[in-house]
Design a protein around this ligand. Structure first.
Ligand SMILES: Cc1cc2nc3c(=O)[nH]c(=O)nc-3n(C[C@H](O)[C@H](O)[C@H](O)COP(=O)(O)O)c2cc1C
Length: 475
C-alpha cells in the first residue's frame, strides 16, 4: 500500500488526533504516555532520541524504543535529533516498524543542541534540512514530520515551513516561540505565526505553546485553524488537561505509579513527574519535597503519595470549615493545575533585555523557583540546601559581575585580576598572582649576572627589556 500523506495520514493513521502529548526528554516515557492517553491524549511523541546513538548502540535502541512497545501506545511518533541525512535515515529505518511516523526535532534551543549542532540550531541550514527530509521521505515506509520553532519574522517562518513541506514533510508542529525564548525568557507563544503557517501550507499543522487547559485547546484551534494542539508543561502539571478535568494530584499519581509497576522506568523520571504534578501542594507541604527527593524505591514514592493524600484531605476538611490558607499559600493546592513560569522582572525590559544569564538565574532564584539544573542537583543531594535565601551572597567583580576574589586587591574575579595584574606588572596575593615580585626577582637576577660578567651593553636590565621579562615571569 502506498504511504499515506498529509491530511490522509493525519485523518486515517493518526485518527484525526487533536490532543497531542509533546516529545519530552525523560518525561514522555511509555508510562506517562499511557496515563495521558487514558485522560484524553490522542497522539503521543517519544522523547527525543539521538539518531547517531540509536544507530550505533543496540542497548539504547532497546531501552528507548524496542522495550517500550505496547499496543495501547498508538498512534505514536518517534522523534530524533540529527544533522546528517544518512544517519537520520538509518536511525529512522531502525525505528519505523515501531511507530506511525518519524519526527525531526528542529526546535530544541538548549546549549546541548548548540554543541551537538541539532534542533533549533539547524534553523538556518535550509539546504541540509531539505536533504534530510527528502531522503527520509524517499526511503521510509512511514511519513516524516518536523517540529519547528518560529523565526521573529512571520514571513520567514512561513517560507521555512513551505520549504520543509516541499521537501516531503507530511505534518508540521509549530512551537510559537523563537529559539531565544527559553527558560525565564520563554514568554508567550505567538499564535499569529502559527496561524500564518497554517494558512500557507497544505499539510496538517499542530500548534504548540500556551496550552494549559481545555479552553486554551479550543481557543487555539479556533484562532489558528490548526488540526491539533500539542502540550508539554501543561500536560506534565495536569495529565487530564485534554479531558477538561482537574483531578486530585494523588489520584493521578496513584494511577501513574500503577502504570509504572507494569511498565517500569527510571525512578528519576517518576520523581520528576511527581515534583511537577505536586508543584502547588509541595509549596504547602514542603517536608514532603524532601521525602520525595530521598526515597529510593517506587514503593517509597507510593508511601509519600499516601502521606500527601492524608495531609491534603485534612486541608480540604479545614477549608470546608471556613479556614483560609495562611501566608498567601494557594487555595485548592491539591488539584492538578497549570503552573505559570515567572518571567524576568519588568526591570529587565527597562535594561533593554541585556541582562546576563547569571542575573536572570539569580532573579529566578529570588522568586523561589529552582532552575532545572538545580532541581536535578537537589535530587542527587537531598540533604544539601538549595534555598536561594540561605545561599551566601558573593560580592561581585567590579568589571564583569562574576564573584570577586575575597582577598583580591583590585576587587576583581580571578580572570579580570590576572589581566590587570599582568598589564600593570602588579601582585595580588589574594589570587596568588605575583607578577611584580617575579619581575623584581628576574631583574635582580639579570643585574647580578651582568655584574658578574664583562661590562654589558647599556640598556640591559632596564625598562626596555620589560616585556620579555614579564613574558618569562608569566610562563
Ligand atoms: C521536560 C521537557 C522535555 C522536553 N523535551 C523535548 C524533546 O525531547 N523534544 C522536543 O522537540 N521538545 C521537547 N520539549 C519542548 C516541548 O516539546 C514543547 O515544545 C515546549 O515545552 C513548549 O510547549 P508547552 O508550552 O506546552 O510547554 C521538552 C519540554 C519539556 C518541559
Amino acid at each position: 500500500m502506498p504511504k499515506l500523506q498529509g491530511f490522509e495520514f493525519w485523518s486515517r493513521t493518526l485518527g484525526g488526533a487533536r490532543h497531542v502529548v509533546a516529545p519530552m526528554v525523560d518525561q514522555s516515557e511509555l508510562a506517562w504516555r499511557l496515563l495521558s492517553r487514558r485522560h484524553g491524549a490522542q497522539l503521543c511523541y517519544t522523547p527525543m532520541l539521538h539518531a547517531q546513538v540509536f544507530v550505533r548502540d543496540a542497548n539504547y535502541r532497546k531501552e528507548n524504543l524496542y522495550c517500550e512497545v505496547c499496543p495501547e501506545d498508538r498512534p505514536l511518533i518517534v522523534q530524533f535529533c540529527a544533522n546528517d541525512p544518512e544517519v537520520f535515515v538509518q536511525a529512522a529505518l531502525l525505528a519505523q516498524d515501531y511507530c506511525d511516523a518519524i519526527d525531526l526535532n528542529l526546535g530544541c534551543p538548549q546549549m546541548i543542541a548548540k554543541r551537538g549542532h541539532y534542533g533549533a540550531f539547524l534553523q538556518e541550514e535550509w539546504d541540509l534540512l531539505q536533504r534530510m527530509i527528502l531522503l527520509a521521505h524517499e526511503k521510509l515506509s512511514v511519513p516524516v514530520t518536523c517540529k519547528i520553532r518560529v523565526f521573529p519574522e512571520i514571513d520567514k517562518t512561513v517560507k521555512y515551513a513551505q520549504m520543509l513541506e516541499k521537501a516531503g514533510c507530511q505534518l508540521l508542529t509549530v512551537h510559537g516561540r523563537t529559539k531565544e525564548q527559553k527558560g525565564p525568557l520563554s514568554g508567550t507563544a505567538s499564535w499569529e505565526h502559527i496561524k500564518a503557517v497554517r494558512k500557507a501550507v497544505a499539510i496538517p499543522v499542530f500548534a504548540n505553546g500556551n496550552i494549559q487547559c481545555l479552553r486554551d485547546v479550543e481557543r487555539c484551534i479556533q484562532d489558528t485553524g490548526v488540526q491539533g494542539v500539542m502540550s508539554a508543561e501543561g500536560n506534565l502539571h495536569n495529565p487530564a488537561l485534554f479531558e477538561g478535568r482537574s483531578p486530585a494530584v494523588w489520584e493521578l499519581a496513584e494511577e501513574y505509579l500503577d502504570i509504572v509497576r507494569q511498565h517500569p522506568c527510571p525512578l528519576s523520571y517518576v520523581r520528576a513527574h511527581l515534583f511537577k504534578l505536586w508543584h502547588h501542594t509541595l509549596q504547602v507541604h514542603q517536608e514532603l519535597r524532601e521525602e520525595l527527593a530521598k526515597v529510593k524505591t517506587l514503593e517509597g514514592v507510593a508511601a509519600v503519595n499516601q502521606e500527601l493524600k492524608l495531609r491534603c484531605q485534612e486541608d480540604i476538611s479545614r477549608q470546608k470549615e471556613g479556614e483560609k490558607p495562611s501566608g498567601g499559600l494557594p487555595f485548592f493546592h491539591w488539584i492538578c493545575q497549570p503552573y505559570f513560569r515567572p518571567g524576568p522582572r519588568e526591570g529587565s525590559k527597562e535594561n533593554g533585555g541585556a541582562r546576563s544569564k547569571r542575573a536572570l538565574e539569580e532573579e529566578e532564584g529570588s522568586a523561589d523557583v529552582l532552575s532545572k539544573n538545580k532541581q536535578k542537583k537537589q535530587l542527587r543531594n537531598p540533604h544539601k540546601t538549595f534555598d536561594p535565601s540561605l545561599k551566601p551572597k558573593y560580592a561581585k567583580c567590579d568589571q564583569c559581575g562574576n564573584p570577586k576574589g575575597n582577598r583580591c586587591v583590585f576587587n576583581l574575579c580571578r580572570g579580570c585580576c590576572k589581566k590587570r595584574a599582568f598589564r600593570e606588572a602588579a601582585d595580588c596575593p589574594g589570587h596568588g598572582l605575583l607578577f611584580k615580585t617575579k619581575l623584581e626577582k628576574s631583574l635582580a637576577w639579570k643585574g647580578a649576572q651582568s655584574r658578574l660578567q664583562e661590562p654589558q651593553p647599556a640598556g640591559s636590565g632596564e625598562p626596555g627589556g620589560f616585556p620579555e621579562v614579564v613574558g618569562s615571569a608569566l610562563a
